[in-house]
Design a protein around this ligand. Structure first.
Ligand SMILES: *Cc1c(COP(=O)(O)O)cnc(C)c1O
Length: 301
């Protein structure tokens, strides 16, 4: 079913499909593995970013904010999503980019420019102050009034939007797994399940043990801090955010050759590598059903 849920003329395909995955590892582990294909929701933008933005866009538009401002790195999936969805909704967008400007801009930033986003570059030191009131007041002096989306769009409205992916899964699941960058997608899944099944997150960052506190904080913000049916695996970062290793590349090649799906390597390949490792280690009991959320696909070329 294709429905036009988006603000403006942004039409997206929800619910996203579930794909059953069968191979030697799933058979040996006796696990029913499904992929929740949020990477198929829309072109160029990860489905979880749409889910995070959906209620934020409605909030910005219903309160008549003249523009939307957010932050991201030079390859940020969120900046691309905000640019595309802002343009579709006719809401001007500003992207504050971490680090120096490069000429010509990389593909990801060019995509933002092509979708009408105004970009400003700030140093890494300044970027670290992105939540301080003084820094935000300075941005208001420069840009006037704006709806502020935090980095990763990880706020309560994002958690509510991400929770909707759970309702779309119409089979019984014992586990739902996802990649963790800021943790809002994971918090949304935990919130949506409301105590049913277990959620396993896989940190795509090195030293991701702080992420559990972030997820707890997001759950507390929606009144669900008591939920404990989740954990985060921190050993599958392959060197850190946006870093890869040969064994990750081999896994991606094998997965593509076997299942004809090209994985995004920054998040989803690391997560699925981890899911396969847990299957091989017997972490999921025999005859369990696992749904792995593929939040987005590889970067557009
Ligand atoms: C942003 C992103 C994530 C991480 O989502 P968080 O809610 O920040 O944890 C995972 N996968 C893809 C493809 C993304 O773009």
């Amino acid at each position: 079913m294709t429905s036009s849920l988006g603000p403006g003329n942004w039409s997206v395909a929800f619910p996203t499909p579930l794909h059953h995955i069968v191979d030697d590892t799933t058979r040996t582990a006796d696990v029913q593995l499904y992929l929740k294909r949020d990477d198929l929701a829309l072109a160029d933008v990860p489905g979880n970013k749409y889910r995070k933005l959906k209620y934020n866009m409605s909030a910005a538009m219903s309160a008549d904010y003249p523009k939307l401002l957010t932050f991201g790195g030079a390859y940020s999936n969120l900046l691309r999503a905000v640019a595309a969805i802002g343009q579709a909704a006719d809401l001007p967008t500003i992207g504050i980019v971490r680090g120096e400007e490069h000429h010509p801009p990389n593909r990801s930033l060019q995509f933002c420019l092509d979708h009408g986003m105004e970009l400003a570059y700030i140093t890494r030191e300044k970027y670290r102050q992105k939540t301080s009131p003084e820094f935000l007041a300075g941005l208001a002096d420069t840009y006037g009034e704006f709806y502020l989306l935090p980095e990763g769009a990880s706020n309560t409205l994002a958690v509510r939007g991400c929770a909707e992916l759970v309702d779309e899964i119409d089979i019984h699941c014992d586990y739902i797994t996802c990649a963790v960058g800021t943790g809002a997608t994971m918090a949304g899944i935990v919130y949506g399940l409301d105590g049913k099944a277990r959620v396993v997150g896989f940190s795509s960052l090195k030293g991701g043990s702080f992420l559990a506190d972030d997820v707890r904080g997001l759950l507390a913000a929606v009144g669900k801090e008591h939920l404990s049916n989740w954990w985060i695996e921190t050993g599958f970062h392959f060197g850190g955010y946006a870093t890869r290793k040969p064994e990750l590349n081999e896994f991606m090649d094998w997965f593509e050759a076997t299942h004809h799906i090209t994985l995004d390597w920054v998040y989803e390949a690391k997560m699925l590598f981890g899911v396969y490792a847990l299957m091989a280690a017997g972490t999921f009991p025999s005859s369990s059903t696992v749904a792995a959320v593929i939040a987005g696909g590889p970067e557009p070329d």
